[in-house]
Design a protein around this ligand. Structure first.
Ligand code: NIG
Ligand code: FE
Length: 422
């Protein structure tokens, strides 16, 4: 299959000679091309050049290509959502009025709701039900231009259900157009069965669950909810170090609700990323900049929990590589809309229109160790490409709260056209 994209107003390539996540001013370098076309061959990007050059260099390919006319539109890499709790049972709309009338997220959780409620629903759901529900979420992601998602387990808190979640993700990675990168998060909460016996649950995660995840190849990353009243930094350290020994790269839910030196711990254990960071300390931010630890910021969670936003502006200025993601989950951020999350990152974290595009493409790709493969439009990279119904990239943040996605090409195949899933 060969595709030729012509006449685009702007092609946002995010190409760079420098490898690795972008920092500081480099986060604003979108490497925009005008007057060029993009040729796709199979699942790869084959050429990005003026049409006449492509025609002269590969006439046969051009001859057989499906031509996509991008007149009046922009072209950019598929969005990468690098932090989601994709596979879960049920919904939690009943918690919204509770929170609006003053109960906190942690109060609801400590009273047996929150993550515990979703754990019950996820345990009860059959593999087939979970698969179908997740399939529908992935369709929504695709219509909003998201071509790769990270997916955390963590609503089982027992081996059987954690495994069910990870297997749903693994099978959907094969069966759905959206690529899924899996993270084990058995330490997402202390299950009711282990109340007042937290260390025994940590033992279970470390001694039984993590070795099985590694042996079965069910995840690449290992995450933990390091938070007052959930897992302490000591328990989190133990879980992350144990996973690392088994080949699972550490990630961490850090400094989300109360400061807990989560950012510092991420650096200490060599995590690829620290995520949330709403109340991360100055010291933690400095340490992350020095180590190159990626900050995965989730402004939808601050919006939905009515909490202070992470200090995204300061982090970018301090030299932390910043990625931005939905945190899609049934409690603190039930949205798949990366475009709206970009709007929030601009308006509430002070990131620029350019930085948010970098943070939801190439830097997000690096946060899940896929920076060499996706996140920018470069010859040889995977052909995950969007056509957006705006004449310039600035309108993506200006006409906010909207889905501008017109066409999604996933691995060289058109999967959304005119905003409609094919
Ligand atoms: O990232 N902080 C912990 N986990 C999720 C929320 C999970 C839930 O409420 O179901 C988060 O915000
Ligand atoms: Fe999360």
């Amino acid at each position: 299959m060969t595709i030729l994209i012509i006449n685009a107003n702007e092609i946002i390539t995010l190409k760079s000679e420098v490898k690795g996540p972008r920092i500081k001013e480099a986060m604003s370098e979108l490497a925009i091309l005008k007057g060029v076309s993009v040729l796709l061959e199979g699942d790869r990007i084959a050429r990005i050049a003026p049409l006449a050059d492509i025609e002269a260099e590969c006439p046969e390919l051009v001859e057989q290509a499906q031509v996509i006319d991008a007149t009046g539109k922009i072209v950019m890499p598929g969005l990468v959502d690098c932090h989601t709790h994709l596979v879960h049972g049920g919904t939690r709309e009943h918690e919204l009025n509770m929170r609006l009338s003053g109960l906190t997220y942690m109060e609801i959780m400590n009273a047996g709701g929150g993550i515990h409620y979703t754990t019950t629903k996820t345990r009860e759901a059959s593999y087939e039900k979970l698969y179908e529900k997740t399939y529908a979420h992935l369709n929504d992601f695709l219509r909003y231009g998201v071509t790769t998602v990270e997916a955390k387990s963590g609503y089982g808190l027992d081996w059987q259900t954690e495994r069910k979640q990870l297997e749903v993700a693994k099978t959907l990675h094969k069966n759905h157009h959206v690529d899924i990168v899996s993270t084990f998060m058995g330490a997402h909460a202390v299950p009711k069965e282990y109340k007042d016996n937290e260390d025994a649950f940590v033992d279970l995660v470390v001694e039984e669950m993590l070795p099985k995840v590694a042996e079965l190849g069910l995840a690449e990353f290992n995450d933990v909810f390091c938070e007052h009243g959930v897992f302490t930094p000591e328990q989190s350290r133990r879980i992350l170090v144990a996973g690392k020994r088994l080949g699972l790269t550490p990630k961490i839910h850090a400094d989300e609700i109360e400061p807990y030196e989560g950012a510092e711990l991420a650096v200490e254990v060599g995590a690829i990323s620290a995520e949330h960071l709403l109340v991360a300390s100055d010291k933690g931010i400095k340490a992350m900049a020095k180590a190159g630890t990626i900050a995965v910021l989730l402004p939808g969670t601050a919006f939905f929990l009515r909490a202070p936003f992470a200090r995204g502006r300061l982090m970018v200025d301090s030299g932390v590589p910043v990625a931005v993601s939905t945190d899609f989950n049934p409690g603190s951020s039930p949205t798949i809309s990366v475009p709206f999350i970009q709007n929030l990152a601009c308006m509430n974290m002070g990131m620029t229109m350019e930085e948010v595009l970098c943070a939801t493409t190439i830097n997000a790709a690096y946060a899940i160790n896929r920076g060499d493969e996706i996140g920018s439009l470069e010859v040889g990279k995977k052909a995950d490409i969007l056509l957006l119904n705006v004449p310039n990239y600035k309108q993506l943040q200006y006409f906010y709260g909207m889905n501008h996605t017109d066409t999604v090409i996933k691995a060289g195949k058109v999967v959304v056209r005119g905003g409609i899933l094919l």
